[in-house]
Design a protein around this ligand. Structure first.
Ligand code: CTP
Ligand code: CA
Length: 224
C-alpha cells in the first residue's frame, strides 16, 4: 500500500497495450484500413508509464511517436502481426488493454503484383482476421484483461456479451452517439462495464482523462 502513496502505484507491473488501426494488404501498394488515430492507446501507454508501469505498446500504423524509458513500442502492420506480437509477451504481463481498431476482415489472397484496372467491376474476397482480444481471453491466467467495444445499437447489451465471449475483466464502451467522441477525435464518451456487469457511464472528456480513468481501474484491481 506504500506504493499507492508514492505516486508510482503501478511500479513493477507490466502492461500490454494495443493501439491504432491495422492495415490488411490487397496488393504491394494497397490495403484495407480504418480511421483509428491510435491516440487512445498512446494516451493509455503514457498514463501507465507515468504511474510506474513498464509498458509494451503494440501499435498499428499511426503518426504518433512516444519516447519514455518505460515504454517499449512494437510496430506492426497487419492483424496477424499484432496477434503474434501480443502473444509473444502475454505470459509475462500483468495487465492487457486492447485499444486497437483491428480489421475484422482481410483480403483472402494478396496479389503479388499491383492489380491493373482492367475489369469494370472488381470484387475482393475477404476472410476473418484472428480476434486478438478473444485469443487473449482464452489464454488468460493471472492477467487483468481490458477490452474496448464500439457499438452503434444495443450498446450496453452488446458490450456485456463481449465481456463474456472474450473473458474480460472490464470493457470500455465507446459511444459514437455523442458529438465529439470516437475516431479522429481528441475526446471520448465511454461507459465502463465490469465482469459483474456493474455499469458506470462517464462524462465526455479528453482521451488523456479517459486514459487516467482506465488506469485508475487497473490500480483499484491491484489495491482493493
Ligand atoms: N479486437 C481484437 N482483434 C480483432 C477484433 C477486435 O483484438 N480481430 C478487439 C478490439 O481491440 C477491442 C475489442 O476487440 O478491444 C472489441 O472490438 P469491436 O470491433 O468493438 O468488436 P468485435 O469483437 O470486432 O465485434 P464487431 O466488430 O462485430 O462488433
Ligand atoms: Ca470489430
Amino acid at each position: 500500500e506504500a506504493d499507492l502513496e508514492s505516486k508510482l502505484p503501478l511500479k513493477g507491473k507490466k502492461i500490454l497495450i494495443t493501439a491504432g488501426p491495422t492495415y490488411e494488404a490487397i496488393d504491394p501498394v494497397r490495403f484495407i484500413g480504418n480511421h483509428s488515430s491510435g491516440k487512445m492507446g498512446f494516451d493509455i501507454a503514457k498514463s501507465a508509464a507515468n504511474l510506474g508501469a513498464s509498458v509494451i505498446l503494440v501499435t498499428g500504423p499511426t503518426h504518433y511517436v512516444i519516447n519514455h524509458s518505460l515504454i517499449n513500442v512494437v510496430k506492426v502492420t497487419s492483424a496477424q502481426e499484432m496477434y503474434d506480437a501480443c502473444h509473444d509477451c502475454y505470459n509475462a504481463v500483468d495487465v492487457a488493454i486492447a485499444a486497437a481498431a483491428v480489421a475484422d476482415y482481410r483480403p483472402k489472397n494478396i496479389a503479388q503484383q499491383k492489380i491493373k484496372k482492367t475489369a469494370d467491376n472488381f470484387v475482393i474476397e475477404l476472410e476473418k482476421t484472428k480476434d486478438i482480444l478473444l485469443s487473449l481471453g482464452e489464454a488468460k491466467k493471472h492477467q487483468f484483461l481490458i477490452g474496448f467495444a464500439l457499438e452503434t445499437e444495443n450498446e450496453i447489451e452488446n458490450a456485456k456479451a463481449k465481456i463474456r465471449k472474450k473473458n474480460l475483466d472490464l470493457i470500455v464502451l465507446n459511444s459514437l452517439q455523442d458529438e465529439g467522441a470516437g475516431f479522429q477525435k481528441t475526446t471520448n464518451k465511454v461507459t465502463f462495464i465490469d465482469k459483474d456487469f456493474k455499469t458506470e457511464p462517464m462524462e465526455l472528456k479528453s482521451k488523456e482523462a479517459v486514459a487516467d480513468d482506465i488506469l485508475n481501474k487497473v490500480i483499484a484491481h491491484f489495491y482493493e
